[in-house]
Design a protein around this ligand. Structure first.
Ligand SMILES: *[C@@H]1O[C@H](CO)[C@@H](O)[C@H](O)[C@H]1NC(C)=O
Ligand SMILES: *[C@@H]1O[C@H](CO)[C@@H](O)[C@H](O)[C@H]1NC(C)=O
Ligand SMILES: *[C@@H]1O[C@H](CO)[C@@H](O)[C@H](O)[C@H]1NC(C)=O
Ligand SMILES: *[C@@H]1O[C@H](CO)[C@@H](O)[C@H](O)[C@H]1NC(C)=O
Ligand SMILES: *[C@@H]1O[C@H](CO)[C@@H](O)[C@H](O)[C@H]1NC(C)=O
Length: 569
């Protein structure tokens, strides 16, 4: 085994990190890119405002806004126009409200949605079609599919499919490949895609119990699939465990979050399932930010209350789960939480005062927070560098295979309003480059050259991705790295591409793969065998980005499809 000592560049970086970490104020105002990350403008305009975003296999970004708030800045394909009597600004709309962005080339293709997708939900299906559910008005019972691997595909819409109006609902991909569609405004129930004809709708009174009158504070509930197949569902301040085989009666009620701060729309905080680690895959949930009860009415009255600073962490499957509370270094409502390949969490976007909703937030927070879940309590957050662009209501953020966080949207206005308003409608797309993408770390950064299935083997049978991987199977990974650090950990992780809207990333999930020893097979070439996730409860079937992380530096992600061998999906 050849090893090298720590390079001078890394030593310098570590030294700078050490010095700066004792002066958080310096990090906040002065951080160089290797400490505080870097913002880059990818598109000054995507033509639409990226209120909803989903990364697709093949490194394409699908985005859409809504169809009823005036003309976007992009024409519909083929010179088509839609008649839309419910449009607030024009009834004949010849513009597009959805786009597909090819990330390697940054070329844009306008797509056709005909009915309203405003405040809807979505899930990437195991067959790489993107499934979108609901919206508003003419679109609230509609489902839409986008076949992501078909060249030049466009949306297909099926109206009247949903059993209930799904506006501000949440989706979760299930172990059997179906999608749960839960809640929505004044919907205290859930349903499935594909539809369960024997039971098209199941009542779920938890959503009625957690509604704060007109303020609601429980829309876009946080839903996370737990590795025992049950669901963690959080609304307002409360959480339950739901077993879908028991039809709408929670299996267990967890304690309410102790500080009693509402966390769901319009008091939008955010929530993630922290990385699931072998062998136990013990699930832990992190919820951060939100707005005090009453903040919504106060904002309607023109008084913008400070947002919440608190986060809560809980192991929902423990015998007597309790919330461990901690403070963010700043207040935030409407933050997006994004899992990074290193297992850290980026909290990005949002505001320090007010709530979600039209014109209801002030004091944009343009500096993301980087959260290290395994850091010592009280010392897990670091401020990153500020973006020049405020991202308030209707903004979104997703991880891509470059390890960047794509950040788009922001439109706190009823229509597209570009001038004469505070916080104009944003059509731009930025990428946040976390500190681990700094070129100083390139010598440590693995580059994946092959992924294969099955034990042992060498040479020509090793295929490059896209790989199809069965549950529990051995996966071989070969990677290049210029400077292998002796004892520097190598981790292989899979991250599910999430559907992000309204400060919540549906289906977001990261599983750390059980790994063997890294062996050097040639100069700078290493091989490692890992085990695919053990079951669809740990990782529902479908497409994942697989990253190799060495000494904190992630590779480019490669797409793998995880599936059951005995079922065709
Ligand atoms: C809309 O597009 C036009 C060019 O087609 C451009 O001049 C204008 O600045 C764009 N507006 C915004 C808000 O991006
Ligand atoms: C993907 O699966 C869904 C659900 O079964 C189905 O409706 C859709 O047609 C499939 N898409 C493709 C491209 O096969
Ligand atoms: C908002 O204003 C209304 C009417 O003036 C008043 O009744 C209400 O108490 C105010 N609410 C808050 C939270 O300030
Ligand atoms: C936004 O634009 C719409 C339509 O152009 C207009 O009616 C509305 O007054 C504008 N809103 C604001 C806050 O300026
Ligand atoms: C800008 O907004 C102000 C206040 O909302 C309004 O009085 C004014 O007419 C607007 N100006 C333009 C050019 O639309």
């Amino acid at each position: 085994m050849a090893t090298t000592t720590i390079s001078p560049s890394l030593l310098l970086l570590l030294l700078v990190l050490l010095v700066l970490s004792t002066f958080p104020a310096i990090i906040f105002t002065e951080a160089p890119p290797e400490i505080g990350g870097e913002w880059r403008l990818l598109k000054s305009s995507m033509g639409i405002s990226a209120m909803h975003m989903q990364l697709l296999p093949g490194d394409k970004l699908l985005a859409f806004d809504r169809t009823d708030f005036g003309p976007s800045n992009l024409s519909l394909p083929g010179g088509h126009c839609r008649l839309d009597p419910s449009d607030l600004a024009l009834t004949t709309d010849c513009t597009s409200h959805s786009v597909l962005l090819d990330l390697p080339t940054l070329s844009l293709r306008p797509l056709t949605i005909l009915t309203d997708t405003w405040c809807s939900s979505g899930t990437l299906l195991p067959n790489a079609s993107f499934f979108q559910s609901g919206g508003f008005n003419d679109g609230d019972h509609t489902i839409r599919l986008f076949a992501s691997t078909t060249p030049f595909s466009d949306w297909t819409e099926t109206s009247g499919y949903l059993s209930a109006r799904r506006w501000y609902a949440t989706n979760q991909l299930l172990p059997d490949g179906r999608v749960l569609i839960l809640g929505g405004r004044r919907q205290f129930n859930y349903e499935f895609f594909p539809k369960d004809h024997s039971r098209p709708l199941t009542a779920f009174s938890f959503l009625e119990e957690t509604r704060d009158g007109d303020a609601e504070n429980n829309l876009y509930p946080f839903v996370h699939l737990l590795p025992d197949g049950t669901l963690f569902i959080f609304a307002n301040t409360r959480a339950v465990i739901l077993d879908l085989s028991v039809n709408g009666y929670p299996l267990r009620h967890l304690p309410a979050i102790p500080d009693a701060v509402p966390r769901n729309y319009p008091s939008s905080g955010s929530s993630v399932l922290l990385p699931l680690r072998p062998p136990a895959h013990s699930p832990e949930i992190l919820i951060c930010g939100g707005a005090q009860r009453g903040a919504f009415q106060a904002a309607l009255n023109g008084s913008f209350w400070p947002a919440a600073r608190t986060c809560g962490r809980i192991f929902p499957l423990e015998q007597d789960p309790t919330w461990a509370m901690e403070d963010m270094p700043g207040a935030r409502v409407m933050g997006d939480m994004v899992l990074l390949p290193t297992g850290d969490v980026l909290v990005v976007n949002g505001a320090a005062a007010g709530t979600a909703g039209w014109e209801l937030a002030r004091e944009p927070v343009t500096a993301p927070l980087l959260y290290n879940p395994s850091g010592p309590a009280g010392n897990r957050f670091g401020f990153m560098n500020r973006s020049p662009i405020p991202r308030l209501y209707h903004s979104s953020a997703v991880l891509d295979t470059y390890g960047r966080v794509l950040v788009g949207g922001s439109n706190p206005h009823v229509c597209y309003n570009f001038t004469n308003v505070t916080f104009p409608t944003e059509l731009s797309l930025e990428a946040f480059y976390p500190p681990y993408l700094n070129p100083l770390l390139d010598s440590l950064r693995p580059s994946v050259v092959a992924v294969w299935i099955g034990d042992g083997g060498g040479g020509s049978d090793k295929v490059v991705t896209p790989a199809v991987v069965g549950y529990g199977e051995t996966v071989g990974v070969r990677f290049l790295v210029r400077e292998r650090i002796a004892g520097g950990g190598v981790e292989v992780v899979v991250v599910a591409p999430a559907f992000a809207t309204h400060s919540f990333a549906m289906n977001q999930r990261m599983v750390v793969l059980d790994g063997g020893r890294t062996e050097q097979v040639a100069p700078h070439v290493y091989e490692l065998e890992v085990r695919a996730p053990p079951s669809p409860k740990v990782a529902p079937p479908g497409y994942y980005m697989m990253f190799v992380v060495h000494a904190g530096a992630p590779s480019r992600g490669v797409w793998v499809k995880i599936q059951r061998r005995d079922v065709v999906t």
